[in-house]
Design a protein around this ligand. Structure first.
Ligand code: ZN
Length: 246
């Protein structure tokens, strides 16, 4: 006989099985923000794995920086686990060009967003990350999204990440926790946070932020063209942080 209207307990409706470990998967691009997030996670969780994406980014040099940064952090953090690189370049390219995935000019678009905006990029990243975390029984998914001092990308907003957490938990029947330690920090505060973990030399020398992939021009804040939106944010944040220290 089919019972009608019998409510299932929350645990029965939404089981967290198999139990997930309190370990983390960090979206790690090799940039300043994700490096700071990776170090932050390594201080907190027993096992931290990383995921990165080949999506046809013009600054693919960041993918080379990842290995150097991971090696540096691994020396003092035995809890740094496996790295996973997912190639979604074909899919992204099939959807159309952007200034981040071609040599098109980096400028402000008609909708106010920079032409570097890749629609859905962080939504895809989070979905891939959750699918991997599901398989590896990792509970926490950590990303460097920030809506305080950013380029206006709507998929970096706190509400977007919270909505993704809900959608991923429903769609994969898990209790993932999406963490964004930089969400409410401006760039100066992100520099200060990295410095509090002793990361400043690593951030300056080894992380890559510049959209143009420029690693020939060395500034006091690191390498980059100095004029693209990513360089501007990084440079302004550094200047503001140094000013606050005086
Ligand atoms: Zn640049």
């Amino acid at each position: 006989m089919v019972e009608v209207g019998v409510a299932l307990s929350p645990a029965a409706r939404f089981p967290d099985t198999p139990p997930m470990t309190d370990s983390a998967l960090v979206l790690f691009s090799g940039g300043q923000d994700s490096t700071t997030c990776l170090a932050w996670a390594l201080q907190r969780y027993p096992l931290v794995e990383t995921i990165g994406f080949q999506y046809g980014q013009r600054h693919h040099v960041e993918m080379q920086c990842r290995g150097t940064i991971r090696a540096a952090l691994a020396a003092s953090h035995p809890n740094l686990g496996a790295d996973h690189v997912i190639d979604i370049a074909g899919g992204i390219a099939a959807l159309g060009a952007t200034a981040l995935t071609s040599e098109a000019e980096i400028t402000a678009g008609a909708d106010g967003l920079p032409t570097t905006f890749v629609p859905g990029r962080n939504l895809l990243f989070l979905t891939y990350a959750a699918a991997l975390a599901w398989r590896r029984s990792l509970r926490r998914i950590i990303g460097g999204m920030c809506e305080t001092d950013y380029s206006g990308y709507p998929d970096c907003r706190d509400d977007t990440v919270k909505a993704m957490q809900l959608a991923l938990n429903l769609g994969m029947q898990r209790r993932f926790i999406l963490e964004t330690p930089l969400m409410w920090l401006d760039k100066a505060a992100t520099w200060a946070m990295a410095d509090s973990m002793g990361l400043t030399p690593l951030i300056i020398e080894e992380t890559h932020t510049c959209y143009r992939g420029d690693r020939t021009h060395r500034h006091d804040w690191g390498y980059g063209c100095g004029v693209c939106p990513a360089c501007e944010l990084r440079a302004a944040g550094y200047k503001s942080w140094r000013a606050q220290m005086r």
